[in-house]
Design a protein around this ligand. Sequence first.
Ligand SMILES: N[C@@H](CCC(=O)N[C@@H](CS)C(=O)NCC(=O)O)C(=O)O
Length: 284
Amino acid sequence: MSQEYTPPPVWTWDAPSGGAFANINRPIAGATHELELPVGEHPFQLYSLATPNGQKAGILFEELLAAGHAAAEYDAWTINIGEGQQFSSGFVAVNPNSKIPALLDRSGAQPIRVFESGAILLHLAEKFGAFIPTTPSGRAECLSWLFWQMGSAPFIGGGFGHFYAYAPIKIEYAINRYAMETKRLFDVADRRLAESRFLAGDDYSIADIATFTWLSGLYRGDAYGEARQFLSLQEYQHVGRWIAEIDARPAVKRGRLVNARNGLLERHSAADFDTLAQEAASVG
Ligand SMILES: N[C@@H](CCC(=O)N[C@@H](CS)C(=O)NCC(=O)O)C(=O)O
């Protein structure tokens, strides 16, 4: 593949793009196969995978349950996006955009579908009156940071992560452009967290949950190879302080295991985490 490219007058889909995920990328929406989604006994059905976007809902569910909202019980089912399970007719009916996470809220008379991780967080926070400030100014600050995260994530993942770690060729222009933007976004968060314990103020909220899953993966060095070193992420000390505080929350530890390959591919009750811990102890 050459780095020189003259775009034709009209783009056509005549060759795989190459790189990671090329097998699931396509320029059309809709289902590729007929398959219903599984449905468990709880009011909420989460269809996800433990990516940064996918972890958000699992963490919020675990936080709600830990805070005593027993009505937030949920079944979580893994959608293997590498195998194209996001293109089943059942999944597309819940999320026409074919991306995890997706939620079916069956707590009322009619099931309600919710897609987009930010919409899922907001739906649940409003439903339970939790993890979202109640004052107009607090709510505005929380939603501002939540939507900032939702708008920014593609520059980190689809931009920096893709061109630095996944693209079949290293393009200096693209890596420079998205490295710069990713560092700028870390700096935005770092400056905010220098003046405020959490993004929306003194209290932990859905804005923190949404942002934490993305920034922590890079900051810990879990995402995109050597990205932590490449982007000098250790410089963002206030982000580091905030990640350490959120990482220590038991509900966050549990939520990160939901729909994870090394965690719970399915989650149906709190006891599933105990079983997982027992299995890990017996192996160790
Ligand atoms: N804006 C969406 C993005 C979701 C998203 O990009 N999900 C990825 C995994 S992190 C996915 O499902 N990719 C599968 C695909 O693109 O086919 C959200 O936050 O929910």
